[in-house]
Design a protein around this ligand. Structure first.
Ligand SMILES: Nc1ncnc2c1ncn2[C@@H]1O[C@H](COP(=O)(O)OP(=O)(O)OP(=O)(O)O)[C@@H](O)[C@H]1O
Length: 341
């Protein structure tokens, strides 16, 4: 979804590294935009160029070619303090915060408004307090940065970016050190924040499933430097999403939106039907164990799973010999026994 206003735009942008007279191009001819109210997830394998793009968009690294515009102004022409009022950037690198408390680090987010020695006014205090609440950093606010866990430090850095109160927020792997519930909370928060405050938020992540659920748009970086953008669902349905992460040994299951590890498929085919939740988890285990799930006609063994008095029961029909199990481990043992008999 977009609010209709583009907050950040690139034109024919080429990103990469210069050393003396040579260039190492990571990605070229990028024409991207970030819209008001939009959460965009930047995805790609290790080394694809996500951090390079983040640093370039954030003005920390010069482009090799092309322009970046923020609110229709070229960022190359903005003074650092002006850019800091329009865009905040949180990188993955561990910051050296010395002996500072979390509160002091978050307060630094107000520097573009107060100056280095400036005193905080009521508005600054309010923005800091809102940022602390939104990032869920209230309990750690008075602790020293070096006493915090990686995940807690990440929350502080998010709070600092929120206190900076910019229209555009760029976050490099903000969920990297968080546990699963905190990762989900963070994604939910960022999605909500983009919507409620009309900010444009770009975050890079390796959390493919969360990105598929929460992002309004994906930017997919491939190893060859190609960058494809689109709504998550479109990129899944047209195969671009799977292609960006394709490796031998696993495949993307479009029906569940997850990558599935595939063992060497055996010649053993089974059919599987019944209660959808049970079919889902049974199918996962069978595929991992190398069974191929096929239609009833082709399968050598037919499995039907249902709940009986609140307990899952797997019925196995093998050459018209029917047996039952009450867990997946026993089901697989039974099928293996039949295969080897
Ligand atoms: N200072 C540098 N000079 C030259 N090449 C670099 C430099 N920093 C990174 N690279 C290279 O640029 C490419 C992109 O790196 P980048 O860190 O942007 O990838 P990434 O997608 O963020 O990876 P990851 O998911 O592992 O964090 C990599 O091949 C990397 O080796």
């Amino acid at each position: 979804m977009s609010g209709g206003i583009s907050l950040l735009e690139t034109r024919n942008l080429t990103i990469g590294y210069r050393s003396k007279k040579t260039f190492r191009v990571i990605s070229e001819n990028l024409n991207l935009d970030l819209w008001q109210g939009q959460l965009v997830c930047l995805l790609g394998s290790n080394g694809a160029g996500k951090s390079t793009l983040m640093r370039t968009l954030g003005g920390l690294q010069a482009p090799i070619h092309g322009e970046i515009y923020i609110a229709n102004q070229r960022i190359a022409q903005l003074k650092p303090a002006d850019l800091a009022r329009k865009l905040s950037l949180v990188l993955t690198e561990r910051i050296e915060a010395g002996n500072l408390t979390a509160r002091e680090v978050i307060t630094l987010g107000r520097t573009p408004y107060t100056g280095w020695l400036g005193t905080l006014n009521a508005l600054d205090e309010e923005k800091i307090s809102q940022a602390v609440t939104l990032a869920g950093a209230g309990k750690i606010i008075d602790r020293k940065m070096h006493q915090l866990s990686d995940g807690e430090r990440q929350k502080v850095m998010l709070a600092r970016a929120l206190a900076q109160d910019t229209d555009v927020i760029l976050l490099d792997e903000p969920t990297a050190h968080l546990d699963l519930p905190s990762r989900m909370e963070m994604m939910h928060l960022l999605h909500h924040l983009a919507r409620q405050t009309h900010k444009a938020i770009l975050l890079s992540t390796h959390e493919l499933d969360l990105a598929l659920q929460a992002a309004d748009k994906l930017w997919l970086m491939e190893k060859d430097g190609k960058l494809t953008t689109g709504m998550p669902e479109d990129l899944v349905l047209n195969g671009t999403f799977e292609a960006a992460f394709a490796r031998p040994g696993f495949f993307f299951d479009k029906s569940t939106g997850t990558f599935i590890i595939q063992s060497q498929p055996g010649n053993n085919s089974v059919s599987l039907s019944g209660e959808p939740n049970l079919v889902f988890w049974t199918g996962r285990a069978l595929q991992r164990e190398g069974f191929v799930i096929e239609g009833v006609q082709e399968a050598f063994c037919k499995i039907v799973v249902a709940e009986v008095n609140g307990i899952p029961v797997w019925e196995i029909n093998w050459n018209n010999n029917v047996s039952q199990t009450t867990n997946i481990e026993a089901l697989i043992k039974t099928i293996r026994f039949n295969v080897n008999a």
